[in-house]
Design a binder for this molecule. Structure first.
Ligand code: KG4
Ligand code: ZN
Length: 333
């Protein structure tokens, strides 16, 4: 079965072809980051319009590189939500138009399920069951995953997501958008002994998170500076922020492994690309003898491959999920 995947939930247009026998055939991505950078964040209307411009050329690229004819596709999977309504509608419309024209079924995919299953696209994928830490711009969740569609929520953020904390703190430090990679790079030059930021809910008896206080702590430090904040001090604050956030994520992952009795941990979502987080998890995995799995770096952030893959897995499990009435809908929340 060959599934075409379309991702357009935020500021990345991703298209991919996944074959259940041969694996990922091709994928293409266009990031709108440069366009939104000047506004300090994603402008929804601009995002939608740009998805419209990129979708079909990316589709053509993917078909050529995947050496596949449009009529060889068996189904079309599109991100149904969560995400920006207008942006989601572009992907859904393209999927529906293609489905109708080619007489192929379509399937709405949950964006987070795409992220959650993305480590299975790697060359050395984990077996089920595993604990998954899903850390993106909009979500921070710990899940027990027993199979495709078998997800148990173990804990989640009560306020800001980890990626959101990265982006907001980076903005407070005057770094560009998206803030995650920028603050992470700057933190490398910071002195860890200068500032100590709070570790929210580190010792709470559950697996929930809270990151809004961490962002406020960054704000307080920035406001305390009487003169213009110097580069070294920015780096020191960035370092304190990254250290605090990574420690909370690490401790909660360890608690989730203990609670479930599992020894496989999977990291998914944009913050999963973070090198400090990976270093901390890798060190803990060696010490405590569990295995940690990551998606390929390019599949940590939003992409079409994870949507094509999640769609294919869903259809294998439940062929009747394929939709042929072409009455598409999106679910921004
Ligand atoms: O999964 P994703 O691409 O989109 C959502 O579904 O939200 O995640 C985007 C988030 C942004 O908040 C971005 O700042 C963060 O992932 N991110 C990172 C890194 N790369 C992306 N955060 C920390 N370190 C990184 N290297
Ligand atoms: Zn995402």
């Amino acid at each position: 079965m060959i599934v075409l995947g379309i991702e357009s939930s935020c500021d990345e247009t991703g298209i991919a072809l996944y074959d259940t026998q041969r694996g990922l055939l091709s994928h293409a991505l266009y990031s709108q980051v440069a366009m939104h950078e000047q506004y300090g964040g994603v402008v929804p209307e601009l995002a939608s319009r740009d998805h419209i411009r990129r979708a079909i050329p990316l589709l053509q690229q993917v078909m050529t590189e995947g050496n596949t004819q449009l009529n060889a596709i068996d189904a079309i999977a599109y991100t149904q939500g969560p995400g920006l309504a207008g942006a989601l509608l572009v992907g859904a419309s393209v999927a529906c138009g293609l489905g109708l024209a080619l007489d192929k079924p379509m399937l709405g995919v949950h964006h987070l399920e795409g992220h959650l299953l993305s480590p299975l696209l790697a060359s050395n994928p984990p077996n089920f069951p595993f604990v998954a830490l899903l850390v993106s711009g909009g979500h921070t969740q710990l899940m027990r995953v027993d199979g495709v569609g078998q997800y148990e929520l173990l804990g989640e953020t009560l306020d800001d997501a980890a990626g959101e904390a990265f982006d907001k703190s980076a903005k407070l430090l005057g770094l560009g958008y998206p803030g995650g990679p920028a603050i992470s790079r700057l933190a490398e030059f910071g002195d860890p002994s200068v500032y100590l930021l709070p570790r929210p809910m580190l010792h709470s008896k559950n697996l929930n998170f809270s990151f809004s206080g961490l962002k406020t702590a960054v704000l307080t430090l920035v406001k305390k500076q009487t003169t213009n904040i110097c580069e070294q001090d920015k780096a020191n604050i960035a370092r304190a922020f990254v250290d605090a956030l990574v420690e909370v994520l690490l401790v909660k992952c360890l608690a989730a492994l203990k609670q479930t009795g599992l020894n496989r941990l999977v990291i998914a979502g944009g913050v999963g690309a973070n090198q400090q987080l990976r270093a901390a998890l890798n060190a803990a995995a060696t010490k405590r003898r569990f295995k940690v799995f990551y998606p390929e770096l390019e599949f940590c952030t939003d992409n079409g491959a994870m949507i094509a893959f999640a769609g294919a897995m869903r259809l294998q499990l439940k062929p009747e999920a394929a939709q042929r009435d072409y009455a598409f809908t999106v679910r921004p929340r």
